[in-house]
Ligand binder design. Structure first.
Ligand code: AP5
Length: 216
């Protein structure tokens, strides 16, 4: 049976950072809804342009568009063994759609690590974040700088600051998270799938706790 892990948590909690590490350690595909939207924007697709009109305001892209994009992504061959879902689902409607989708792949959500951090930490992390232009590798100017300033360690591409990482937009994203995504914490807790993890710890410690939750 395939394995599906949903990483839940506010913007800047460390979902993308941990998903990248976990994907290497588990051999599962890393599926990030935010990266998929950014990739579409880079390629100037209609989906990318539509998504950008919501992303730059810190709002969620409509459910139907997001659900169709994820359904297509997890149908690909590299998700046959399952996936680490980073940033999806983000609303109860997306969680319901995911459940139905995964039944089609004879799977289900196996674990939902919920990575937490206080608002001031989230703002400090997002405002100092640098993202690799080619493949979305994540850095932080203070906590995890690239070896060579401005250049991704992994693929040598330029690193840039995300347009939606301005403090006003991050504050809006946190509000949107509290209103629209927080209900999923209760949803997955009730289903016995939630594993709460303190995201303010060092990256290595967060990974250790994630791996231990996975073994259970
Ligand atoms: P998305 O790209 O998914 O952004 P997000 O969920 O807001 O999360 P972030 O990427 O900001 O943070 P993260 O938790 O991944 O943290 P990271 O590891 O980078 O979504 C962007 C937008 O797309 C949304 O606003 C929405 O418009 C749209 N969208 C996406 N999915 C959608 C959906 N399902 N439905 C509708 N719309 C959707 O870490 C942050 C920084 O902290 C980095 O610099 C990192 O180096 C550093 N860091 C990480 N961990 C640590 C640590 N332990 N200690 C110190 N520093 C750390």
């Amino acid at each position: 049976m395939p394995t599906y892990i949903v990483l839940l948590g506010p913007p800047g909690a460390g979902k993308g950072t941990q998903a990248e590490i976990l994907a290497k350690k588990t051999d599962l595909a890393h599926v990030s809804s935010g990266d998929l939207f950014r990739e579409n924007l880079k390629n100037q697709t209609d989906l990318g342009k539509l998504a950008q009109s919501y992303m730059h305001k810190g709002e969620l892209v409509p459910d139907d568009v997001t659900i169709n994009m994820i359904r297509e992504r997890i149908s690909r061959a590299d998700c046959e063994a399952g996936a680490i879902l980073d940033g999806f689902p983000r609303t109860p409607a997306q969680a319901d759609a995911l459940e139905i989708m995964l039944k089609g792949f004879k799977g289900e959500v196996n674990l939902v690590p919920y990575i937490t951090a206080a608002e001031e930490t989230l703002v400090e992390r997002t405002s100092g974040r640098w993202t690799c232009r080619a493949h979305g590798h994540i850095y932080h100017e203070k906590f995890n700088p690239p070896k060579q300033s401005g250049i991704c360690d992994v693929d040598g591409s330029e690193v840039y600051q995300r347009d939606d990482d301005k403090v006003e937009t991050v504050t809006k994203r946190i509000r949107v998270y509290l209103d629209q995504t927080m209900p999923l914490v209760a949803y997955y807790r009730k289903a016995g799938k939630l594993a709460e993890i303190d995201g303010t710890q060092a990256v290595e410690q967060v990974t250790k706790e994630l791996l231990s939750a996975l073994k259970k």
